[in-house]
Write a protein that binds this ligand. Sequence first.
Ligand code: SAM
Ligand code: SF4
Length: 362
Amino acid sequence: MHGQLQDSHGRVMRDLRVSVTDRCNFRCLYCLPETEEAANFYRTRYDGLRNPTPANPPANLSTTPIHREWKPKSEILSFEEITRVVRIAVDLGIEKVRVTGGEPLLRQGVDRLVGSLAQIPGVRDLAMTTNGALFGSQAAALRKAGLNRVSFSMDSLDRDNFRKMTGRDGLEGVLDGIRLARELGFHPVKVNAVVIRGMNDHEIPDLVRFAVKQNLSLRFIEFMPLDSSRAWQKGLVVPGREILERLRGEFNLQPVDASANPSETARRWRLEGSEGELGIIAPVSEPFCGHCNRLRLTADGKLRTCLFSLDEHDLKPLLRGGGSDEDLASLLRDRVQHKEAGHKIGQADFVQPQRSMSCIGG
Ligand code: SAM
Ligand code: SF4
């Protein structure tokens, strides 16, 4: 197979995020909130912040679950189909593969998929992003199957706030998962925290102290308009620069030189007195689209060339209709050619994608 995945802006794709399910056992407010009331929690909270008098919540707030439909199983790619697409993408230059979702550990037998992906020659880095709730029962099998790295999402160290943000009483489970990942030799173990003004920004220093103590890589992520409730507001985003300012007094942060890898999403700092590391991912306030080398494959077999793509390219007709590897490679090359120059958050013509982060695969 010839060629690499290069777009019309000269960017070469090296990183593929593979979503294995659109389902999730958590209901994070910024991704897949459970009820209209939950979806509106930070809207009213933010109005309260802007306005010193308590905001009046919209009268029609409801605790009825938000209606959502999962994709039927028949539309979800099988492990064989996923492995085939990844093998072809790796032939075309992809080196890093991240298994994600929805919650990837909800997909039965995901360690078998990890095992198949780990065997593809050319996969240099195989990682997973998880909310950690089901990690304990699957960790050893994943490690054995060849998973190198794992990132846990943990937005709060306070049990009540964790529950508010994720819709689940799951803090202890994630902490156990992090401990186990370190014991099993996953390296590095990363923790991702989405920061939302008025919700968990007061926990920024606590989370860094935790990373220092536990020698973890911590990533703060700016809240992006990819929530199913479409409640995102710019005022809820805590810009990366502000996060850094809030930490400078307490922590001695030594910048990590990332010039060798300009496609990295995080700006990074070493945390003095620890093997831990701080990263800030600031796609809203400091977009890094110019160096983007990422592609996404959704659980239902759609190729996305950008988190914020407004169109997706279905690979299933070729996968299930007798298309050859070369047909699939041509489609990948062609779609990558048209990769968007960048997202338009904050611009007048920004349009939020139809699907939320849980469907796209973060
Ligand atoms: N369920 C897994 C988890 O939460 O780790 C994997 C999928 S989740 C969609 C992947 C990552 O996307 C998580 O780290 C999550 O915090 C992040 N994410 C979800 N919605 C987001 C949003 N609106 N803005 C920024 N990050 C978001
Ligand atoms: Fe589920 Fe992850 Fe989205 Fe939270 S961020 S709702 S855990 S997919």
